[in-house]
Each structure stands twice: as structure tokens, then as C-alpha cells.
Design a protein around this ligand. Structure first.
Ligand SMILES: NC(=O)c1ccc[n+]([C@@H]2O[C@H](COP(=O)([O-])OP(=O)(O)OC[C@H]3O[C@@H](n4cnc5c(N)ncnc54)[C@H](O)[C@@H]3O)[C@@H](O)[C@H]2O)c1
Length: 370
């Protein structure tokens, strides 16, 4: 991994998301200054990190020296001011509430150094609203991760109306340099990209169960043993391209009417009643076959990591594949230039041309002498 382009980072709010960010930044080589308004939360985030490093060592993903180095890069801070000291990047990971985010980001803007960038983990809020009226609104942006970011790399990046593009550009570069996959959005949409798309699917999944079309296990199976297998490799447009011999244009033309019909049929009114949530809970408990929540999460994270490793090892076209392909193409080009075997044979058996026979008295005399 390349070196992080910002070396000191503050993580503010160390719950589920903040603690995972600590791991992302520390393993990339950043000095991480962690702070939470609740000291017990900070302590449990550090305990979680310690356990995660232990698990990585046990799974031989990390050597003792590497784990120690990560641990040593993290400093638990007793105040916001202490956490922000020297931080070039601030990852705000407080609760998802607009009023709370506004006051927390305002505090960060007051206390952070003038050149630092403030990235918020918000899942759905608009940075224009969060940073409204702040003198440092130009350096505030959304850096929305997927849970947990130390396992899943995508981070949605988006500024507010007052954010400088330079800050957005530096955010993308920084997140890339710590091994994440920044995805730049062009404008705000509630839920950003990820939660919007997930929400569309969850709405349909819940509706299918609520209206008795299928059970929870059947709906989940269609994703985990069906669509999800492709989706780990390609998005909806990539899948559409590979689904028809004529690629995406043919696919979306051939199935245009079918899609339009389904889209019209997808308008649902289902809402989460307490009874529905309980029913989904009971069916899901039965589906997971007694595995504890911790076991499910550990298994999920390990498998996602394994899939990512395979994707890195076996990309669509590896550098080696590309080289081989270029070599094959070059060889083909040379073959075209080479003489065809039949021509060579013809050349080999063709009798040599007879020497020109001289005529005249002198030539006849010479031939007789021989
Ligand atoms: N949990 C997810 O699946 C998920 C995924 C992506 C993004 N997010 C976003 O990440 C953010 C954090 O979510 P979470 O699930 O980790 O929440 P969480 O409740 O687990 O953690 C929030 C933490 O912020 C701390 N906090 C509250 N006020 C604070 C303050 N003024 N200063 C410092 N710390 C303060 C709390 O003590 C708590 O530890 C939210 O904006 C959320 O929308 C969550």
C-alpha cells in the first residue's frame, strides 16, 4: 500500500464506525488520535481494536511486529482539543442526528487546524445543512463508509454547496492512499448511492415477505446464492453488459418493456409495524441456525476479506494477462508476415533454372573438349 498522504488523523466518536476507522487509518500508517464524549466508549473501542489485532494474528494475516506497530500508532485522547492536535484529517463519527452533527462539526471547525479536512461519516445528511454558516464550511465534506470500513473499502465522498473542490479532491486522494475506495458523487441525493440502492432492495424484500410471496430464507437465498454472487464482482450495469451477447445496449433494449412493467409493479405501501419486525426477527433467527451475532459478524468479515483478496489476485485482466495478450497479438502479427509452409515446400522442390546454353562454333568446341 502507498503511504498515506496525510500522516496524523483524528477519529471523533468511536462507536461501531469510529472504532473501525481507527483500524483503517492505523494499519495504513497514520498516527491516530481517538476521542469520544463517552470515555467508556473510547475504552471499549480500544478493547475492540486489541481483539481485532489478536484475531488477525491468529489468522496469520498480521505478524506480531505489525500488530504492535498499529497499536502504537493509536493515542486515546481525553479531550477534543487534544485529539485535533496536528490532525490533517478529522473523521467525524458521532450519532446520526442533524442538530448533533451541526454542533459537533462546528466544534471541530473551531478547534481543528486551518488546513485540516473534516470528513463526516454521516449516512444520509446533507453537508450543505451540516456546515451551514461555518467559517470553515469549505473544508467540510461527507466521507460515508460502509460498515465496517476496515473490511469494506467503499467510501462515498461529497461536498456541500460551500465546500472547496480542492478539499474534495484531497479527500479522494487521501482515502485512496489509506487503501479505501473513494467514490465521488456529483450532487446530494438522500441516502447517497449506497443506502438508496440498498433501501430499494430492502423495501422489496420486506414487501415480498409481508405480502406472503416468500419466506425470509427464500428472499435471502436469492441474494446470497444468486444475485449477490455476481454483485461481488460487477454492479448492475456490469451485470447487464455481461447478460446479453450484444452487451448492455441489447440487454436494456430487449428487456425494456419487462423492466418498465416491473418498475410499475414495484410501488409498495409496506411499512414496518411492530408485528412485521417481530415476524422478520423470528424467521431470521430460525434461518441463522443458532449462530451467535458475534459468530455471524466474524464469519461475514472473514469471508468478505477473502473475496477481496481473490479479487485483487484475479482481476478481470491482470497486468500479467494484459502482457500475455499483447504478446499473443504481436505473435499473430509476425505469423502473417511469415511465408506459408506450402510456399516454402514449393521453393525447396522447384528445379533450379537450367544454365543458359551458348551456341556457336566456339561453344561447341569447348563442350567437345570437356
Ligand atoms: N452503523 C452503521 O452501519 C453506519 C454505517 C455507515 C455510516 N454510519 C454513520 O456513522 C456515524 C456513527 O455511527 P455509529 O453506528 O458508529 O454510531 P454509534 O452510536 O455506535 O457511535 C457514535 C459515537 O459518538 C459518540 N459521541 C456522541 N456525541 C459525541 C461528541 N459530541 N463528541 C464525540 N463523540 C460523541 C458516542 O458516545 C458514540 O460512541 C453516524 O453518522 C452514522 O450514520 C453508520
Amino acid at each position: 500500500m502507498a503511504k498515506p498522504i496525510i500522516r496524523t488523523v483524528a477519529v471523533v466518536g468511536t462507536g461501531v464506525i469510529g472504532r473501525s476507522w481507527i483500524q483503517v487509518f492505523a494499519r495504513a500508517g497514520c498516527r491516530v488520535r481517538a476521542y469520544d464524549a463517552d470515555p467508556d466508549q473510547l475504552a471499549s473501542a480500544l478493547a475492540w481494536l486489541k481483539q481485532d489485532l489478536k484475531d488477525l494474528r491468529r489468522g496469520e494475516k498480521l505478524k506480531k511486529k505489525g500488530a504492535k506497530a498499529i497499536w502504537k500508532r493509536v493515542t486515546a485522547c481525553g479531550s477534543l482539543k487534544e485529539a485535533l492536535e496536528g490532525a490533517g484529517w478529522v473523521q467525524e463519527s458521532g450519532p446520526e442526528d442533524l442538530a448533533l452533527k451541526r454542533s459537533l462539526v462546528a466544534e471541530l471547525d473551531q478547534a481543528a487546524g486551518p488546513d485540516s479536512i473534516i470528513g463526516s461519516s454521516t449516512s444520509a445528511l446533507d453537508m450543505t445543512e451540516i456546515a451551514q454558516g461555518l467559517s470553515g464550511a469549505r473544508r467540510c465534506l461527507v466521507a460515508h463508509p460502509v460498515n465496517p470500513p476496515h473490511v469494506i473499502p467503499v467510501v462515498e465522498v461529497l461536498g456541500g454547496l460551500e465546500t472547496d473542490f480542492a478539499a474534495v479532491r484531497d479527500a479522494v486522494r487521501f482515502l485512496d492512499s489509506v487503501g479505501q475506495t473513494p467514490v465521488l458523487m456529483k450532487k446530494f441525493a438522500p441516502g447517497f448511492l449506497l443506502n438508496r440502492m440498498e433501501s430499494a432492495l430492502v423495501r422489496e424484500a420486506v414487501d415480498l415477505v409481508a405480502t406472503g410471496v416468500a419466506d425470509v430464507d427464500a428472499v435471502d437465498a436469492v441474494i446470497r446464492d444468486g444475485l449477490g454472487l455476481r454483485w461481488a464482482l460487477m454492479g448492475p450495469f456490469g451485470v447487464a453488459t455481461a447478460n446479453a451477447d450484444g452487451g448492455i445496449r441489447e440487454y436494456f433494449t430487449r428487456f425494456r418493456a419487462a423492466y418498465h412493467g416491473l418498475w410499475d409493479a414495484l410501488r409498495t405501501d409496506t411499512r414496518f409495524s411492530d408485528e412485521l419486525v417481530e415476524r422478520l426477527g423470528q424467521e431470521t433467527d430460525a434461518m441463522t441456525d443458532g449462530a451467535s451475532l458475534a459468530e455471524q459478524r466474524t464469519w461475514r468479515d472473514r469471508m468478505v476479506t477473502a473475496i477481496r483478496e481473490i479479487k485483487v489476485r484475479r482481476p478481470l485482466l491482470s497486468a500479467e494477462d494484459k502482457k500475455k495478450k499483447a504478446k499473443r497479438d504481436r505473435k499473430k502479427a509476425v505469423k502473417v508476415e511469415e511465408p506459408q509452409p506450402e510456399q516454402e515446400i514449393v521453393a525447396a522442390v522447384e528445379p533450379k533454372a537450367k544454365p543458359h546454353r551458348r551456341h556457336g562454333k566456339k561453344a561447341r568446341r569447348e563442350r567437345r573438349r570437356k
